[in-house]
Design a protein around this ligand. Structure first.
Ligand code: NDP
Length: 315
């Protein structure tokens, strides 16, 4: 039987593993399986430079940072597996954690499953998935189809700014399509994007359809003006959706309390869910801050809460 199973990697899961390792709980962390769509290391694996994590004055790439987090946790006995949890039985204790065709028993479970990029929900986004449609410029931006071509990024937040700026390395022009006339992004990121010579902003516009054909994949988008309703076509070979994220909480629907968007609600001031022994940390329970450093902080809190819970229940 495991003392602690951590579901999900990323700053929250890895930091929880580090603290639980140092508490000699030998935690087992299921990092997710890249073939199931869960990237070990979480969203930071798709980020370029992280400039706002304290302790890295020159910045560090997301994948490098996650590798270091993981190594540090391993040093203290945390164990990692590239597998995806498919079900957790929480009406029994120890909990039963289903992983592919195996079932593990665990005294405590930590939900650190993070969040996943959202799409607009157009059928054409699916049709051209991996043929010009992406939600991750860092993962896909360097492929030949995007080189010296016009590209489209949808969204007005920091993710959209970051993706657009990154894509200027490859594109002939990046068009940011935003549904309003001002960005939600932080001032510094918005300024960098707006002032970039290879970025044009299509204000008050939404993507009505991703256009393309079987042979070439994406060839353009149809834009709709949010004020006049008029539509027009814009040629591009890449469509990057950057409109935010959905918390990966589906495994726990009906088990723990959630808000309307699916973010897990924890007992205020703690990482405890309403199920004793079940904790949540990181972006899956954070609709507000969603930063690497806040996720890491809540991973630490979850490890401490769970360690104390085990001490109380085991005497
Ligand atoms: P946000 O929620 O901040 O922004 C989402 C953007 O997408 C908004 O501009 C929103 O428009 C737009 N949008 C949402 N739904 C739709 C839709 N259906 N159609 C068209 N547009 C839509 O998400 P982000 O992922 O950008 O950022 C999340 C958090 O992560 C933020 O706190 C951000 O600061 C942080 N972050 C920080 C980075 C950094 O510091 N390097 C990098 C990336 C993210 P509208 O504005 O009209 O609502």
């Amino acid at each position: 039987m495991e003392n602690m199973i951590i579901i999900g990697s990323g700053p929250a899961g890895y930091t929880c593993a580090l603290y639980a390792g140092r508490a000699e709980l030998a935690p087992l962390c299921f990092e997710g399986d890249p073939f199931e769509g869960y990237l070990p290391g979480g969203q930071l694996m798709t980020t370029t430079e992280v400039e706002n994590y304290p302790g890295y004055p020159e910045g560090i790439t997301g994948p490098e940072m996650m590798e270091e987090f993981k190594k540090q946790a391993e040093r203290f006995g945390a164990r990692f597996e590239h597998k995806t949890v498919t079900k957790v039985e929480t009406d029994v204790h120890p909990f039963k954690v289903h992983v592919e065709d195996q079932v593990y028993e665990a005294k405590t479970v930590i939900i650190a499953t993070g969040a996943t990029a959202k799409y607009l929900g157009l059928e054409s986004e699916r049709t051209y998935a991996n043929r010009g449609v992406s939600a991750c410029a860092t993962c896909d931006g360097a492929v030949p189809r995007f080189r010296n071509q016009p590209l489209v990024v949808v969204g007005g937040g920091d993710t959209a700014m970051e993706e657009a700026i990154f894509l200027t390395k490859f594109a002939s022009m990046v068009h940011i399509v935003h549904r309003r006339d001002e960005f939600r992004a932080s001032k510094i990121m918005a300024k960098r994007a707006v002032e970039h010579p290879k970025i044009t902003v299509e204000w008050n516009s939404t993507v009505d359809e991703v256009l393309g054909n079987d042979k070439d994949g994406v060839t353009g988008v149809r834009l709709k003006d949010t004020q006049s309703g008029e539509t027009r076509e814009l040629a591009c070979t890449g469509y990057f959706c950057a409109i935010g994220h959905k918390p990966n909480s589906d495994l726990f629907t009906g088990v723990v309390d959630m808000d309307d968007a699916g973010y897990i609600k924890t007992i205020p001031g703690t990482t405890k869910t309403k199920v004793a022994g079940l904790f949540a940390c990181g972006d899956v329970q954070d609709p507000i801050y969603r930063q690497a450093v806040t996720a890491a902080g809540s991973g630490c809190a979850a490890a401490i809460d769970a360690t104390r819970w085990l001490e109380e229940h085991e005497g």
